[in-house]
Design a protein. Sequence first.
Length: 608
Amino acid sequence: MNNTNKINLVYTIIAVFSIMLLHEIWTQQQVIQPIPYSQLETLLEQGKIAQLTIHERYISGELNTPDEHGKKIVVANRVEPRLAEQLSRFQVPFTQVHESKFLITLLSWVVPALVFLGIWMLIIRKFVEKQGGMGGGFMNIGKSKAKIYVEHETGVTFDDVAGVDESKAELEEIINFLKAPKDYGKLGARMPKGILLVGPPGTGKTLMARAVAGEASVPFFSISGSEFVEMFVGVGAARVRDLFEQARKSAPAIIFIDELDALGRSRSAPGLSGNDEREQTLNQLLVELDGFDPSGGVVLLAATNRPEILDQALLRAGRFDRQVLVDRPDKLGRIAILQIHLQKIEQGEDVDPAQVADLTTGFSGADLANLVNEAALLATRAKAEQVTMADFTQAIERIVAGLEKKNRLLNPREREIVAYHEVGHALTALALPGTDPVHKISIIPRGIGALGYTLQRPTEDRFLMTREELKRKIAVLLGGRAAEKLIFNHLSTGAADDLQRVTDIARNMVTRYGMDETIGHVVHEEPPPTFLNQPGMPPATANYSNTTAEQIDRAVRTILDDTFASTLKILEENQDILERCARALLTKETLMEEELQELTKGLRRRSD
Ligand code: ADP
Ligand code: MG
Ligand code: ZN
């Protein structure tokens, strides 16, 4: 119910009451002016009355002949017979007044009802407020809270965001579109409907969304996914509808749904009992996305740090069809972010952003902002005039101690291992023919688990893969472990994820693709369901003998062992380059394709 409806309700109540009041007055006016009871008695005695009708409260009589006003009916209020008898003796006109009880009766019903209604509404309102933070009360259920979060001018620009230049470049287009939505339609191009910002917490996703609004100077409608999830079924859906409606009214505008995962969690995810409210809300969002025409100048942005749990329907083309990765900053990025936040404090001359950046590998933008604040707090506590480098080192130590517990920061020895491991992957990929080019290697921890990563850029979509190609894929995945073995002569847990993947590939080669001579072209495993692939489904039971099972295990083992040996050999041959690259990676933290090409000149490649 919105404001106008609320006003209407008030008007209706007032109208009903006035009608009741008017009716009361009207009926009293309508009644023929009563004559005193004593007069009626007199008329009776005089024989002027032809007929009497006795009502509960009054008596009406019909006159034989109309009186001087032409009236034929007279009415007198009834008086109790005993009282009338007594009073007749005094020869004075008398009558009785019957007060109308109508209003009183009415009020005695309505007032308590209103009081109860009031109390009830008060309770519900409190309740809703508790539920949703800024609820506008019971009457406002369904009214988008987004209204409250409209910012007509976010005041944030791209200058406030640093270290995520790639993501900024991708959003540049959206800004141009918002500035001139009409121009964009000319060539028939269509804006992506939804853009999903994906990245670890604290890397500036929310900040970026606001900066886009600020750069394009359009209103910013923001709401957090968790706010859609409501007590009452249907409320969240109403909110979604309302949010889009409001944004459309003030187009060009940006709608930003933060923490999309709270709302868009996969509907078929196992272990989650059905949640009607969330599903309805999600469905409504899908409907809005479908009916939503970006040429109207409304751009939908959303952010999440858990894209893997999002419902597939949200991610398909025509919905959130563009994803922008907002990753943890590298060293240069950290310097840039620090410079932004250092402007806000009184910094001493010895504070060197580069030096601070060196000490803060793996920090996100939010961590860095927090660091600057911590340092300033330390300086304040010491009653210093300026924040010095010593404050920064102390603050880093405090924060790092906290972060290490969360396994995000590596000690120097671990960093070195991770660097060699990642370069191992990259070099194997570069040395083998027909593998995807390496796009980027990084030793900035990403997400939970991955300490570093190597990104390969597929040059084309592949639907078929040969045995050799699969083997090369395994080789690249084993490259990390091989490099660790070669340089440190140890095996570490860092390769656990790689091993999982190579085992899967090798097993599939043997049991599903018939690629092993000892087993032959026999399929021993059902293909996994490709549609609605649900994790946690029990595997199909094996329908082969124990001997075959042994053969399969042995064949998988042979593939992996052989590949590991040849990978180790590749890296041995290129040990000088491996070390050169690892050292570069340790200082720069990320290496892009071109840098890597420069560093790997003279690499001894394999031709098979
Ligand atoms: P996210 O939404 O990705 O979790 P936020 O956008 O809420 O992170 O970031 C929190 C705060 O951290 C921001 O308000 C800002 O002060 C700081 N911050 C994060 N990333 C950056 C960045 N890339 N540049 C500058 N400041 C940043
Ligand atoms: Mg956020
Ligand atoms: Zn690895």
